[in-house]
Design a protein. Structure first.
Length: 73
């Protein structure tokens, strides 16, 4: 891994960010108004968390370049 890429080009970074967003939404109770919306939102948040976690792991596994900016070289 000698090449570098912008952090926003990393699937691992995007997966991690998605996981954080899903966690924050769940923490603040997004979708907890009517009972049917609560169930749907709980399922959507759970699926989103799983998918984003898989993205982060897969992105890091297949990575060919280091993450950084031009100033980090």
């Amino acid at each position: 891994m000698n090449d570098m890429k912008n952090p926003l080009q990393s699937i691992g970074i995007w997966g991690g960010l998605a996981a954080v967003v899903m966690g924050v939404l769940a923490l603040f109770g997004v979708g907890n108004t009517p009972e049917n919306q609560e169930t749907v939102m709980r399922i959507v948040l759970a699926i989103g968390t799983v998918v984003s976690g898989v993205m982060a792991i897969y992105g890091r596994w297949r990575a060919k370049k280091e993450i950084g900016t031009k100033g980090n070289q």
